[in-house]
Design a protein around this ligand. Sequence first.
Ligand SMILES: [Zn+2]
Length: 130
Amino acid sequence: MDDTGAMIYIQSLIDDAKCFATVRTLRWPDGVSCPHCDSFDITKQGRDDTQPERQRYLCQSCERRFDDLTDTIFASHHQPLRVWVLCLYFMGLNLSNHQIAQELDLNKDDAQQMTSQLRQGIVRQQPSPT
Ligand SMILES: [Zn+2]
């Protein structure tokens, strides 16, 4: 009998630095730009206090600060970024919400909510100016 697979916990195999790099590539395929004014004139401003891989930036055009997760669906959610990235990966493999919930040790409602948010895109839709 070989049940080695059951001993591997996928979240422990995931690197936070790569998760943040993945988000940067997904939201800024042409390089980091300001979520407020779309300027590419950006300087790095250190790292987040609690998440060392989360890069902070300062926009030289509008002088507003933002970070890797500003205006994304990940910013206000209690799940760590690695869970989101894995969720995206499993969606690419066409796993069901039920299977994703099992793999990531989520309850089915959380998995359902996450996959439906991810399908709408990782950057939050801005309300159109009135
Ligand atoms: Zn700006």
